[in-house]
Design a binder for this molecule. Structure first.
Ligand code: SF4
Length: 428
């Protein structure tokens, strides 16, 4: 389908000018990441040190968990803490001791900073170090920030993984680290494909349990599965590990290019690579072409939100026949998304950061067929008659690698089909 749009347009967007914006932004905070991280890391607990607003955000985002014994909670900073009248560090020691006493299954405790804890400059790093001395070795205590001050919702995962890197055991062995929290079934598919190519010593960050082997050293190579892991990338590089640059594994071509980059690193022969990937590639191509009928020839406009925007724009333009008008992203890290930029045709505006009113004006003028944006913008834009896709769904839904390529395509085609139906009903 790409060929429809490939007439005389040069490829490669790595060096195109970037529109940098520094105005008002519409994004969720990094606490959101706890919702998928606590499901992934099954012996971890996330203790947010924040306000009632933080507690409400988590509770409503993870509503079903109120019936179970959750693995996250909020230690609420009261007015006396905020006014500096109480010793918040002492309070934290007490809360952590009670929690660990009641929940002996916890092996890893994250103290998670929030806007209020940052505003009163509560030093959670010092708290984590102090509490580690009390509760190690049975519990590892780390800290990271999920604050919404100048951050986006996917940065919570990045901050969490980056906080784990310095305490990973050192190794001299040549291992492959897959970095990024994927649903278990998707992670298993990726590991199976790589194992079938003969690649051994595959480890995953984050692991589902603290005692699973995850180590890092100068012979470690790592492949990111999520494009929002800039701090984790830096932390791993500082430990001597080497990044394998690749497009992200979205769609058939993205997945093949990602696997190819890893396979090349481990000198996998072409015939082995083709044998392992042939059948799932064919399934992915078929699933995409079925679901992409509604997308072919349509335009898309990305507001900055999840940091998945550039790889997804690459997928929609090179595999689904769409045209990208603007690809907005909160942060543009060419070390991470450069390979996806290389595969895109020039034409779209790439913007970094946000000045939401100006961006809405550009969007209205462009009249895209589909807008990918945050929850806060979606409803007003729908009311204006635009078809929208919530960016956050792309993080909560399994969308990586071959077997999910059809579902990924469907996430974008459904709003267009729905808009089409609404228009035909209105016309009747
Ligand atoms: S961390 Fe900040 S933005 Fe997030 S819920 Fe708490 S107060 Fe709100």
């Amino acid at each position: 389908m790409t060929d429809v749009h490939s007439i005389n347009l040069p490829y490669g967007c790595r060096d195109v000018p970037i529109l940098k914006e520094r105005g008002q932004r519409e994004v969720f905070c990094g606490l959101t990441g706890i919702i998928w991280l606590h499901r992934k890391m099954q012996d971890a607990f996330f203790l947010v040190v924040g306000s009632r607003t933080c507690a409400h955000l988590l509770q409503s985002a993870a509503g079903v968990m109120i019936f179970a014994e959750p693995r996250f909670a909020t230690a609420i900073l009261e007015e006396t803490d905020l006014a500096g009248l109480a010793d918040a560090q002492e309070e934290l020691d007490r809360v952590v001791a009670e929690l660990l006493d009641r929940r002996p299954d916890i092996r890893q405790l994250f103290l998670v900073g929030s806007c209020p804890s940052e505003v009163i400059k509560l030093d959670l790093q010092r708290a984590a170090e102090r509490l580690s001395q009390t509760h190690a070795p049975s519990v590892r205590i780390l800290n990271f920030s999920g604050s919404g001050i100048e951050t986006t919702f996917t940065q919570g995962e990045d901050a969490c993984l980056a906080s784990m890197v310095p305490v990973l055991p050192d190794t001299q062995k040549r291992n492959l680290l897959l970095v990024g929290a994927l649903p278990d079934i998707v992670e298993e598919q990726a590991i199976r494909l790589l194992s079938d190519m003969g690649i051994e010593s595959i480890e995953v960050l984050p692991a589902s349990h603290t005692d699973m082997s995850v180590s890092v050293g100068v012979n470690t190579v790592f492949a990111l599965t999520q494009p929002f892991l800039g701090d984790t990338f830096s932390a791993l590089t500082q430990r001597g590990a080497r990044h394998i640059p690749a497009p992200f594994p979205f769609g058939e071509r993205g997945t093949t290019a990602w696997l190819r980059a890893v396979a090349d690193e481990f000198s996998v022969a072409d015939d082995i690579f083709d044998r392992v990937t042939k059948a799932p590639r064919a399934r992915a191509r078929k699933a995409i072409s079925r679901a992409a009928e509604a997308l072919n020839g349509k335009s898309v406009f990305f507001f900055p939100d999840s940091q998945l925007e550039i790889p997804l724009a690459r997928f929609l333009t090179t595999e689904c026949g769409m045209t990208a008008i603007e690809v907005g992203t909160p942060f543009l890290h060419k070390g991470l998304v450069g390979s996806d930029l290389d595969l895109m045709q020039t034409g779209p505006v790439f913007s970094e950061g946000q000045d939401v009113d100006r961006q809405i004006d550009r969007c209205r003028q462009a009249m895209p067929d589909l807008i990918v944006c945050g929850l806060g913008l979606a409803n007003p834009l729908e009311a204006e008659g635009f078809a929208t896709k919530w960016a956050i769904e792309l993080v909560f839904t399994p969308v990586h690698f071959y077997e999910q390529a059809g579902d990924l395509t469907g996430l974008f085609s459904r709003p267009l089909r729905r808009a089409e139906r609404i228009r035909s009903l209105a016309a009747e």
